[in-house]
Design a protein around this ligand. Structure first.
Ligand code: NAI
Length: 645
């Protein structure tokens, strides 16, 4: 056989063969054209001399396979290129699925996209029980489809309901779920994985078959299942913005999961997807996300910062949730407030959240053990990071930081979560103002991926770098911003929400305003967003960011004066029933309303870039997408402006 660079084939005397994927020159395995070509050579060789069984595993500690090579994907120039790329994987995995000898994928660590499709083409799958083992078909998030057999085989193996859920959301399975759904035949600890793979691969056990009902749903009832799935997708994404999820449903239901079988003139064809700007923009969003993640990586200069202990002061809406999130992500957290009574509700909220998220009593207990009520604030002495999230009051924050600086470890990161106070003003209370940075979370903490890391005039570069490493450590995306009113996210959201409320003052129904924004591609209408943030907070933010002399929206002031503060009081622009807005009919949406709403946001983003609040336009796009949910299919506000200028 020709010499291989990316794969190793090792044969045991008893006839079992191990195929180890170890991509040359990379820390993760991606299925580039070269790697796929070599896989073909391996299959040729195994055809000449068939093994008793074949186990495919990774040679990387990072994981199994991260998917196709996205770099190659960005070089696709025409629909014909896209078709060729799909054809390559589709044919290769059909070939693998058809071999006579038993095949097994031994999955440890991430298993994504084309990696998952490779595993699906094997007869058996063994998942190694570790938190890092995650299995997904995330293509939809890049605006593409799992065209290498995923749409054919995943529904056959785990049933169409669970398969569509995975393919349409891009969500990953952990090992327990992978086993329960039947994706994994076995789920084993690392120390026995090789043996388990060896035994199962040579066991002669027939492959698992689907229960009868699931078989029906993957056969004669496909049409019904597809129409249900389409309805669910329609509630989240419109086909003109996001064609891929609709294509996945159509390809599965009507074309046997073969992306290449859809006629080119259909809106769900590979050609249509390849030509859609959404695909290009979502790939851009992927790279933006990678760039944000990069800020949390060590630069080799500031040393590796591996925070283990977080101390949070203020157990209110934000502090309580920041503490809970960090505990969930494995940190030891001490949570301080004025007294234990003020901490108790935060712990209760955390317990409920952990239960929902972890669904395992022992894990819930371990996580709660890491979240320690600390009314006397002793934790500040040992913590690696201290975050202040007390009332928005300058004197109180100054006094607190003067105390904290005295007792905190010399190398600890000292951060404020303030939304509106100047970092420089708070920092005057410190002996060494350079120590203070901003770590600005968004509400609700558990749902919002972005965290702004704020550089004050005096902030120390190492402290900023460490703050960003901390943000990554708890699995959020750090965005470096300069200290300026509203930083980036609130500075762009405020004028957009104000404009929306002005439309309501002019007599346009809130429902119509929200619908215009949804049709543009926003995740939530601005009026519902204002109700969610709290109308009192909207008034305060408007005052601060719009500047003196700008009259706040009338209806907003009336509602606040009447004590209707939005969702939290059960009434704002909408009335809420069990947290859900009771919306009336949308009626006609005035022409040009979406453009009117978005204009102030776009102008604010441009201003932030010009003023250097963020370093460049790309970071502005990243911040606004991950901080506000701004229509990802546009590639971000600056990208949108470029495309529409
Ligand atoms: P909150 O009013 O819910 O909680 C503040 C907590 O701080 C209270 O439990 C209070 O007892 C405690 N506290 C006050 N002084 C204290 C002291 N000296 N020592 C210990 N505890 C003390 O406030 P919220 O909404 O959580 O805001 C906190 C900070 O987070 C503010 O700076 C705010 O600007 C910022 N922020 C708020 C967001 C929001 O949506 N609520 C979003 C992002 C940032």
């Amino acid at each position: 056989m020709q010499e291989l660079k990316h794969w190793r084939l090792e044969r045991e005397p008893a006839g079992l063969a191990w195929l180890i994927f170890d991509k040359a020159g990379e820390s993760t395995n991606t299925l580039s054209a070269a790697a796929m070509h070599e896989l073909g050579l391996v299959l040729d060789e195994l055809e000449r001399e068939p093994p008793k069984a074949l186990v495919i595993r990774s040679g990387k500690s990072a994981g199994f396979i991260a998917g196709a090579d996205i770099e190659e994907f960005t070089q696709i120039g025409s629909p014909a290129d896209a078709r060729a790329l799909v054809q390559r994987g589709w044919d290769m995995y059909n070939r693998l699925a058809a071999v006579k000898y038993p095949t097994l994928a031994l999955i440890r660590g991430h298993c994504m996209g084309g990696g998952t499709e490779l595993a699906l083409a094997c007869r058996y799958r063994v998942a190694v029980d570790e938190p890092g083992t995650r299995i997904a078909l995330p293509e939809v998030m890049l605006g593409i489809v799992p065209g290498w057999g995923g749409m054919l085989r995943l529904p056959q193996i785990i049933g169409p309901t669970a398969a569509l859920d995975m393919m349409l959301s891009g969500r990953a399975l952990d090992t327990k779920r992978a086993k329960r759904l039947g994706f994994a035949d076995e789920c084993v600890p690392p120390r026995v994985m090789d043996n388990a793979a060896r035994m199962l691969a040579t066991s002669g056990r027939p492959p698992r078959t689907l229960p009868f009902m699931q078989r029906l749903m993957n056969g004669p009832l496909k049409g019904f299942v597809a129409s249900q799935a389409k309805k669910q997708v329609a509630a989240r994404a419109r086909p003109e913005h996001y064609p891929a999820p609709y294509a996945i449903i159509d390809m599965w239901a009507n074309y046997g999961g073969n992306a290449l079988a859809v006629p080119a003139d259909k809106p769900t064809s590979m050609d249509a997807i390849a030509a859609s700007p959404t695909t290009k923009n979502l790939v851009r969003v992927y790279y933006l996300q990678e760039r944000l993640k990069g800020f949390g990586k060590s630069d080799g200069k500031s040393g590796d910062f591996a925070p283990k202990h977080l101390h949070v002061i203020g157990a209110g809406v934000m502090g309580g949730d920041i503490a809970a999130w960090a505990a969930l992500r494995g940190l030891t957290v001490t949570l301080q407030d004025q007294n234990i009574e003020r901490i108790a509700p935060a712990i209760q909220r955390a317990a409920a959240a952990f239960k929902k998220k972890l669904r395992d009593d022992t894990q819930v207990r371990f996580t709660l053990d890491r979240l320690i009520p600390d009314p006397s604030g002793q934790g500040a002495r040992q913590a690696d990071v201290v975050i202040e999230a007390i009332f928005e009051n300058l004197e109180a924050k100054q006094k607190l930081f003067a105390d904290i600086e005295r007792i905190a470890k010399p190398g600890a990161v000292l951060a404020t979560n303030t939304s509106s106070l100047r970092l420089e003003d708070i920092a005057t209370a410190l002996q060494n103002p350079a120590r203070l940075v901003g770590i600005h979370f968004f509400n609700p903490v558990a749902k919002m991926p972005l965290v702004e890391v704020v550089e004050g005039a005096a902030s120390d570069a190492v402290a900023l770098k460490q703050a960003m490493a901390f943000v990554r450590k708890i699995d959020k995306l750090p965005l470096p911003v300069k200290s300026a009113p509203g930083f980036l996210v609130n500075a762009v959201l405020a004028p957009y929400m104000q404009e929306a409320m002005r439309c309501v003052d002019e007599g346009i129904a809130p429902e119509a305003v929200d619908e215009a924004a949804l049709a543009f591609g926003m995740p939530l209408g601005p009026i519902e967003l204002a109700d969610t943030v709290g109308l009192d907070i909207a008034v305060a933010a408007g005052k601060e960011l719009a500047g003196e002399g700008v009259v706040p929206p009338k209806k907003l002031l009336e509602l606040v004066a009447a004590g209707h503060l939005g969702r939290k009081t059960g009434r704002g622009f909408y009335t809420y029933n069990q947290g859900k807005p009771q919306k009336g009919a949308v009626g006609t949406v005035p022409a040009g309303l979406a453009e009117r709403l978005v204009r102030p946001l776009l102008q604010a983003v441009q201003r932030c870039v010009e003023q250097g609040v963020v370093a460049d336009a790309e970071l502005a796009d990243a911040g606004v997408i991950f901080g506000t949910g701004f229509a990802p299919f546009t590639g971000g506000p600056m990208n949108y402006l470029k495309a529409h200028s």
